[in-house]
Design a protein around this ligand. Structure first.
Ligand SMILES: [Zn+2]
Ligand SMILES: [Zn+2]
Length: 722
């Protein structure tokens, strides 16, 4: 009798054994439907010896598999990656598998779905909800559920609109092949340094072997053009390429550049895709038809059968670290996937992470440098502004020298960018009469005022309330004052200074879709914007030749909190935003406003001495045995019941094993003590590199029992310490 071990999509369970019926053919990787109790679940057939701890079940007790799905089996290297991820990040294998099977609809046989699109007709009867839905949906098309989500209304409202004739059904084929990018479409003229770099990549792709690279090029040096030539070679070899970007807002400018080089856009993968688009992309990826895929970190686990190249762009970005579910770091997993697939991996960055530079020093990664800007453009001048000696006027945030520079830039018809990494109008609203402060009811966090939408919002859980007129505590009118600036407030200051200037605010609130991002890029390129005010969303990827002035409103902001990477992150962020200045023929200037001009990181930014900064920072990490010289793991305990959370954390702390080379700090209430209504406690494990922390954690936590409402999350190599 034939049996199969199957990993099913149920995170609470490990692999289970099933009987394979006579007329069914399965192999490792086959995607199957398996019975579990009264339910039918999707699963993947796995090699038996990969999970040796599974209790064997007698042949007579096995239930038969129900079906094999008509999609290619999950490739072997991906199965190894899933095992590695589950092991390294101490996660259930099924939770990792779910990321590979990211479109359940792609596994189904149907080839068409019914979507709905607006007809332009206005229903006879209009309600507020209908108006809102029609406004927000605009010309978009999608499933009922997707339209309801975009419109912010219930499914029933959309169905009502369909009935009234405002939307009509369209049959959408989900399996049309994607156009194949043409490597010979528009090859660029490369500089000598770019040419040398791209030749090395081409050679590595032809070698069909694992080779991690750090493509370390200053901002504006043309890293993208270089790795595009690597992609061209992968296409010629008929292999697939995956390009990971840190933000979906960066997808749109990337698509445009890609199309200019290859004559067609690549396949994109991100959370904003409609179900039918997801399905089509997944199937094209799994069949090998999709040659180039660009996506957010979730694209990393898709079932590419012939991966020939992985590129991680802006590889230093912390958004590659996933902070819920499986806590993985896409940059690190990308390198691991390259190892499994036997293909080159290019980590591209102007400000590589210390961890990545360390791998270069150890000789594990090959470094390719692009030391100067493309086309003879110069690096911008960087000027430090001491906010203590040269403060802005009362109630303002832009210091006089920066105001003067912006004035000059406006007069010349050039563009400026002000950077402040804070969304909304003001991070805190308080009552000057009684001192009341608006706090989120679900989190240990202030409610942030958003004047554009006239609301207060919690940036942790999304809780919103209408902007209040009176103090809820003392009922006083006109007593509420905003404290501190967000980008909206800076934009107000700019408008007050130059009423005629055209201002664009760029945050995830204004650029929430690739289409919005494209609109923004076009308007800046067309010269329809004089001053951009933005969060970290504008610090990377964009190339605006007429942008010659950058002002960092509060360079000290990132240093608050003071976690392990605060200084490095501040350095990277300011370097990146400074890198937006003077990318064309006109030279750029950068002003950094700070209260600590003497701090090492500010000195390094002003002098441009990157190497000195990295050397000092790396030395500090070495002395503290911090990553990459030692390792951290966090254990986060959370529960809606505050006593339960504290008690479980205490139990875990008490059960901590004594291991040479390992230290456990905590438990202690997390800095973000309440999040989304859950009380949180943290433990931090600090260990030497040699220790197998994961095995220790598995055994340790395996000995502690907690109630079902309590969650215990393990975060290996944590980036967040709140
Ligand atoms: Zn009050
Ligand atoms: Zn909240």
């Amino acid at each position: 009798m034939s049996r199969a071990r199957v990993l099913i999509l149920n995170a609470a369970l490990g692999p289970l054994d099933y009987r394979v019926p006579h007329d069914m053919r399965v192999e490792p990787g086959s995607i199957v439907i398996a019975p579990l109790g009264p339910r039918q679940l999707v699963g993947v057939v796995w090699e038996e010896d990969r999970f040796p701890d599974v209790e064997p079940v007698g042949d007579n007790r096995l239930r038969p598999l129900l079906n094999v799905l008509d999609v290619p089996p999950l490739p072997g290297p991906l199965r190894r990656l899933i095992e590695w991820t589950a092991h390294y990040y101490v996660a259930p294998p099924a939770a990792v598998l779910r990321m590979a099977l990211a479109s359940i609809s792609a596994l189904e046989g149907a080839r068409t779905v019914i979507e709905y699109r607006p007809t332009g007709a206005t229903p006879d009867r209009m309600t507020d909800q209908r108006t809102q839905a029609l406004e927000r949906i605009g010309v978009r098309q999608g499933l009922i559920r997707e339209l309801a989500l975009i419109g912010g209304v219930s499914d029933a409202v959309i169905r009502g609109l369909v009935k009234s004739g405002a939307f009509e059904p369209v049959e959408v084929s989900t399996d049309t092949p994607f156009p194949v990018p043409n490597p010979g479409y528009a090859p660029p003229a490369l500089s000598e340094a770019q040419q040398a770099a791209s030749s090395r990549f081409v050679e590595a792709i032809r070698a069909v072997d694992f080779q991690p690279f750090l493509l370390d090029g200053v901002t504006g040096s043309g890293k993208t053009e270089v790795y595009f030539e690597a992609i061209a070679e992968a296409i010629r070899q008929n292999r697939q390429t995956l390009v990971l970007l840190p933000e979906i807002a960066l997808t749109e400018p990337f698509l445009e550049r890609f199309e200019a080089r290859f004559g067609t856009v690549p396949v994109s993968w991100h959370s904003g895709l409609r179900q039918s688009e997801r399905r089509r992309a997944w199937r094209a990826i799994a069949s090998g038809q999709a040659k180039v895929v660009v996506g957010a970190r979730s694209a990393l686990y898709l079932p590419y059968p012939q991966l020939g190249l992985i590129v991680v762009d802006e590889a230093h970005e912390t958004s590659f670290k996933q902070e819920d579910g499986v806590h993985y770091h896409a940059r690190d997993v990308a390198v691991m996937r390259g190892l499994m697939e036997k293909c080159p991996v290019i980590l591209a960055s102007a400000t590589p992470a210390i961890e990545t530079r360390h791998q270069v020093e150890l000789g594990r990664y090959e470094e390719i440098k692009l030391p100067s800007r493309f086309g003879g453009a110069q690096m911008p001048d960087v000027i430090g502004l001491n906010l203590l000696t040269d403060p802005p006027e009362r109630g303002r945030w832009i210091a006089p020298p920066l105001v003067k520079a912006m004035e000059e830039t406006l007069k010349k018809g050039e563009q400026s960018l002000l950077f402040l990494n804070r969304r909304g109008y003001a991070p805190l609203t308080l009552c000057r009469h009684c001192g009341y402060r608006f706090q989120c009811p679900n989190c240990t966090a202030w409610m942030v005022e958003h004047r554009l939408t006239r609301r207060l919002a919690c940036h942790h859980c999304g809780h919103v309330i209408p902007a209040p007129d009176i103090c809820p505590e003392c009922k006083e009118e006109d007593s509420l004052v905003p404290c501190g600036p967000g980008v909206e407030r800076i934009a107000d200051e700019v408008r007050a200074l130059w009423p005629e200037a055209r201002v664009a605010i760029v945050t995830s609130d204004t650029l929430w879709s690739p289409a919005k991002a494209a609109e923004f890029v076009k308007s800046v390129e067309a010269g329809a914007v004089d001053i951009i005010v933005g969060t970290q969303l504008v610090t990377k990827g964009y190339h605006f030749p007429n942008l010659t002035l950058v002002g960092v409103v509060d360079a000290d902001l990132g240093l608050e909190g003071g976690d392990l990477r605060a200084t490095e992150r501040t350095f990277q962020q300011v370097m990146q935003v400074a890198g937006r200045a003077g990318r064309g023929e006109k030279p750029g200037r950068v002003f950094i406003q700070t209260r600590v001009p003497g701090a090492g990181v500010m000195q390094a930014l002003i002098s441009g001495d990157t190497e000195a900064f990295y050397t000092a920072e790396t030395e500090q990490r070495r002395r503290a045995h911090a990553p990459p010289f030692g390792r951290f793991a966090a254990i986060i305990v959370s529960s809606e019941d505050s006593r339960e959370a504290a008690e479980t954390a205490r139990l875990i702390g008490a059960a901590a094993p004594h291991v040479e080379g390992m230290h456990v700090y905590g438990p202690a209430p997390a800095p973000l003590a309440v999040l989304r209504g859950r009380h949180r406690h943290r433990l931090l494990v600090h260990a030497t590199r040699q220790l197998d922390v994961q095995d220790i954690l598995r055994e340790w936590l395996g000995n502690v029992v907690w109630k079902s409402g309590t969650r215990v999350a393990v975060d290996i190599d944590p980036y967040s310490f709140v």
